[in-house]
Design a protein around this ligand. Sequence first.
Ligand SMILES: Cc1ncc(COP(=O)(O)O)c(C=O)c1O
Length: 368
Amino acid sequence: MAYRVPFVDPGKHYSNLKSEIDEAITDCLSKGDLILRSQLKDFEENFVSFVGTKYAVGLNSGYHALALSLQAAGIGAGDEVITVAHTFVASISAIVHCGAIPVLIDVGKDYNMNMDELESAITSRTRAVLPVHLNGRVCDMDRLMGIAKKHNLIVIEDAAQSVGAKYNGKIAGSFGLAGCFSHYPFKILGGFGDGGTITTDDPDIARKTTLLRYNGEDRETGEYHYHGYTCLLDNVQAAVLDVKLRHLPVWIKRRREIAELYRQGLSDIDDLFLPHFGREKYFDVYQNYVIRTKKRDDLYNYLEEQGVETLIHWRKPVWEHKRLNLGQHNLPETESICKEVISLPMSTETSDEHVEYTVECIRNYFKS
Ligand SMILES: Cc1ncc(COP(=O)(O)O)c(C=O)c1O
């Protein structure tokens, strides 16, 4: 179905950048620069400048950014890692795959870790906490870092959805031992395929993850240091991401404008809960513009009929996917979020007209 308002528009995204992207890709291909060449190094250096950490390590996915960071931090069998249940499954799978036990806690009204629950989830086996900066908003990192310091816990940030977001002026991916980003195509800084980056100030984490991504091999000496993986960020994707990184500040500005248009158009509807909470300390980048209503399923169907494409993240709590063996939980906020949230169209290609039409449809729906 061709939507009048698509959730995202990757074709248009490419055509808006076509000359720059084509030039970057042609440059790679014509020079035969495919694996571990200057384009990857350039992207990593520019990403370091953007985030402000000492190192950036380019990988093939956000999942691997998490998994390798945990492994490099020494998290392993029997360790407990606290994270949230309301996240993309990869945050949890990364913990499971390094042999550790994910301890799931609830989120608050802003969809991020409920810090009131963090301390009571800590046991003698807890080694790390993995906050997820969801939807383009950083967690309350003052509280989190304070609790982590008190209990001597490692912090690995899942910043997959929050490139460029800030808390108290400090940017996502620069708080913990490592920050983990996703460049999945529909992320704010997305490639034309999968990708991810680790940011860190720690030379050991940078070195270990750099070795792990290339089957454990030190490329200068040929020595294998670990049983590693093949999960390098491809050169062509790095070149694409480097082009896109130049546009990122403007794109973030645009996303914030779109969020403001939605706020202006929808804030007087009583049945809707909008994502504009406690804004003083936060600089949100709106990976997703998530609204909440008890009439979610009905609204979703109505918008679909009107040609507005929306998404639902996620329809049931992760522990209800029984084959994942995550046990049974009682996390009321996560449970009601699954029944109530809906993400509205949001991308750099979303026009003012798209937003106006979406707002009009939602207003009509609540009027009737
Ligand atoms: C919160 C979160 N964590 C981790 C990931 C995993 O990233 P990737 O898809 O690049 O592996 C995603 C991607 O959707 C995500 O949204």
